[in-house]
Design a binder for this molecule. Structure first.
Ligand SMILES: NC(=O)c1ccc[n+]([C@@H]2O[C@H](COP(=O)([O-])OP(=O)(O)OC[C@H]3O[C@@H](n4cnc5c(N)ncnc54)[C@H](OP(=O)(O)O)[C@@H]3O)[C@@H](O)[C@H]2O)c1
Length: 261
């Protein structure tokens, strides 16, 4: 994983389940990290987790911890300014922050819809636009979007989340067409707090069965391998790969699958 040695990386959503693991593995690979998350205490905990049990001969360093509320455009702009200040040599952005939302569209409060779109879609676009002038001059410049298998095919009751994840995929394709080095990652259901995201509507809460979910460590390992290889589309794990194939060639099989989740 020497590709990350001394690469300067901005990681959003660093305090979450995948974010903590990204920070840990990137640090082990020698990266120079700027970590951002919503809650300062989760950011500090993620930094401690990342530094813990590092056995790598060339560990990187954590250059800055920058809390930001990506649901607020002003906070998003502030984050971009801070990044320009602490990391004018930025090489890689991993847009990982995200929230979930489950339920029939007609019962989800409009404010919850707006908030999800702000965090999952508008903020990555806004941050990328602000940081691109800096990044475009870096020889190893790269932008990574953490989409989802639900950015390949939608399942019932998750339309707004899918809209944002499809949107990221479209935005990434546009940037790639403009000549930027872009990777989009499509994880399968993974054991993190997002699986307990707010659910609206009647009926008992839905839970993805444990036997079906992936674990953050291998998902992040496979994601970083794809990012290091500068792959355009990354499916971290066999379930993500299988879902993408079925979504492409036999989408009618997906609605029965959705009854499991
Ligand atoms: N886990 C899955 O099943 C799965 C599958 C496919 C794709 N993904 C995607 O993977 C990414 C990481 O999610 P995760 O699974 O690690 O979930 P998670 O544990 O819930 O982490 C979500 C992260 O997003 C941050 N965040 C939430 N609201 C924010 C806001 N207003 N401003 C700034 N940051 C905010 C959180 O910050 P705090 O920690 O500070 O609260 C947290 O660090 C997301 O984009 C998600 O959509 C997840």
């Amino acid at each position: 994983m020497s590709t990350f040695l001394r690469r300067v990386v901005l990681l959003t959503g660093a305090g979450g389940g995948l974010g903590r693991e990204f920070a840990h593995q990137l640090l082990a690979a020698g990266a120079d990290l700027i970590l951002s998350s919503h809650h300062p205490h989760r950011l500090t905990a993620a930094a401690e987790f990342a530094a813990h049990h590092q056995t790598s001969p060339h560990p990187g360093r954590i250059r800055a911890l920058l809390p930001a509320d990506l649901s607020d455009p002003a906070s998003c702009d502030r984050l971009a300014q801070q990044v320009m200040h602490v990391a004018p040599d930025l090489d890689l952005i991993i847009h990982n922050a995200g929230v979930g939302l489950y339920g029939p569209l007609n019962v989800i409060p409009p404010a919850a819809i707006e908030r999800l779109l702000q965090i999952n879609l508008h903020a990555p676009i806004r941050l990328t636009a602000a940081l691109l002038p800096m990044l475009r001059h870096r020889p190893n410049g790269q932008i990574v979007f953490i989409s989802s298998i639900l950015g390949r095919a939608a399942l019932p009751n998750i339309s707004v989340y899918s809209a944002a994840k499809f949107g990221l995929r479209g935005f990434a394709s546009g940037l790639a067409a403009d000549g930027y080095c872009v990777s989009t990652v499509y994880p399968f259901f993974t054991q993190t707090d997002i699986l307990d995201a707010p659910q609206y509507g009647e009926g008992p809460p839905r839970r993805v069965p444990r036997w079906l979910v992936d674990q953050p460590r291998p998902v992040v390992r496979a994601s970083l391998a794809g990012i290091a290889a500068r792959r355009r589309h990354i499916f971290p794990g066999w379930k993500a790969k299988l879902f993408a194939v079925v979504a492409a060639v036999a989408p009618d099989l997906l609605p029965p699958f959705s009854r499991l989740v």
